[in-house]
Ligand binder design. Structure first.
Ligand code: EPZ
Length: 417
């Protein structure tokens, strides 16, 4: 088990580079199976989740070479179509491989990904989309087997704009016979990146970024290279860490248009934000102003920023009200923040945060990926020393977070035990 040790109270200032997006890399790595050839990806973050995805691709028969952020996938030979349970359990989002395996081989077997620390995380919308495409689904002892001779394009309406279900439907439909139309599709930027990647490989997809996506099935894809988009949640995290410490940052490789709701809320808290090409500059006030936040599907305020923003607001002026509308159990980390002196009341989907003068360092445990990042931010602003254990959660989604924060002036070290 590894830990972070943070000595708080230091202002963050300087420049930081945003890594490639975890949530764009995972579906694009899965999508590489659709190409019976060699796919080259650039700007893939070196994090736990991409490592797990690469392990699964190798298990399925792909030859994968990794050279820092450059990943080459040779998917000419797929020898298996079941995703091993232990790998499914390591990373729930491996369910995204089902659509790619079905698109490539017409078969996919996987275990229920199981809930995690932020909610039940069902996959009913994924399975309903597959059924619409003519895929037969059977379940037995916790395993789901999907099988079909030919995937026939269809109209798919999603009851909820699920990111994963939208991505899985796109992957299953890319090589289908005729056309698939997904309505009430998720509009996240990561889905646009997936569309751009697949179209560069010869797919015929349009509408990603809107609620209606049209996929004209093609017979095959071709070898190509593709650069993954920047990670908008890492960018938001670094901006909030800087804002919380009354600091000043120039964020490079950042895509401001993916962060509009987050930048708007940072300005509402009193930060000065300047946007330049691939750069975001933020200067924070001495004390932030408390605000209201409601998480919504994109282009609303992202649920993945809820924990980090709430942590920042624990020392803001006045009272803040946060409403989590996407996941049903995404406040677990607040118990750890209270151990540091935060004043937080949870009432159902709503968190009421009364700003305190300062937090005090303590020993706390990460509960999930973004909740863990919230504790790192709290450690940066707390007086004294904070020890965060179970940081494996954080290492799943942030590349070199401690190094990036140290380069900005934070006193943070990682202890691997
Ligand atoms: C993706 O998860 C992201 N993960 C999540 O980021 C992100 O929080 C989420 O989208 C929402 O933006 C990846 O891209 C790898 P959903 P996903 O399907 O696809 C319910 C992070 O921290 N739902 O849009 O699993 C579900 O329970 C992670 O980087 C169903 O009910 O999210 C949730 O309440 C966390 N049935 C809501 O929809 C389904 O079949 C949104 O889930 C699918 C989802």
């Amino acid at each position: 088990m590894s830990t972070y040790i943070i000595h708080g109270g230091r202002k963050l200032q300087g420049e930081a580079y945003v890594s490639g997006s975890k949530n764009a890399s995972l579906p694009i790595l899965a999508a590489s199976i659709l190409n019976k050839g060699i796919t080259r990806l650039y700007n893939v973050p070196d994090i736990h989740d991409t490592k797990v995805m690469i392990d699964i691709l190798r298990y399925l028969g792909c030859k994968v070479k990794k050279n820092h952020d450059k990943i080459t996938i040779d998917a000419r030979c797929i020898t298996r179509y079941e995703i091993p349970e232990e790998l499914m359990r390591k990373m729930r989002s491996s369910v995204i491989l089902a659509g790619a395996l079905l698109g490539r081989t017409g078969k996919a077997t996987f275990s229920y990904p199981g809930g995690c620390d932020i909610g039940a995380r069902p996959i009913d919308l994924h399975l309903k989309a597959f059924e619409k495409l003519g895929i037969n689904i059977s379940e037995n002892t916790g395993f789901i087997t999907c099988i079909c001779d030919t995937i026939l394009g269809e109209k798919i309406h999603l009851d909820f704009p699920s990111v994963g279900a939208t991505e899985n439907a796109i992957l299953a439909a890319t090589l289908a016979k005729n056309t698939t139309i997904i309505s009430n599709a998720a509009m996240e930027p990561e889905i646009v990146d997936l569309q751009n990647f697949l179209n560069k490989m010869g797919a015929k997809i349009e509408g990603a970024g809107t609620s209606e996506i049209i996929i004209k099935g093609v017979s095959s894809l071709k070898d190509q290279g593709y650069k993954i988009m920047p990670d908008r949640i890492e960018a938001g995290t670094l901006l909030c860490c800087t804002a919380a410490t009354a600091g000043h940052i120039i964020l490079k490789n950042a895509c401001a248009e993916h962060l509009t709701p987050v930048l708007d809320k940072l300005q509402e808290c009193g930060c000065n934000v300047e946007i330049r090409k691939n750069e975001i500059e933020l200067k924070a006030p001495k004390k932030l102003q408390g605000i209201e936040i409601k998480t919504m599907p994109y282009p609303g305020f992202p649920t993945d920023m809820q924990a980090i923003f709430l942590s920042m607001l624990t020392v803001a002026k006045g009272t803040s009200v946060i409403t989590e509308n996407i996941f049903e159990n995404r406040y677990k980390y607040t118990a750890e923040l209270k151990r540091m002196g935060a004043k937080i009341i949870i009432e159902g989907k709503t968190a009421i945060v009364k700003g305190v003068r300062k937090l005090s360092g303590a020993s706390v445990s990460a509960t999930d990926l973004r909740g863990g990042a919230a504790l790192v931010l709290a450690g940066l602003i707390a007086s004294g020393k904070t020890k965060i254990d179970k940081i494996e959660y954080i290492l799943r989604g942030y590349e070199n977070l401690d190094k990036k924060l140290s380069n900005l002036g934070a006193k943070i070290t990682k202890e691997v035990v």
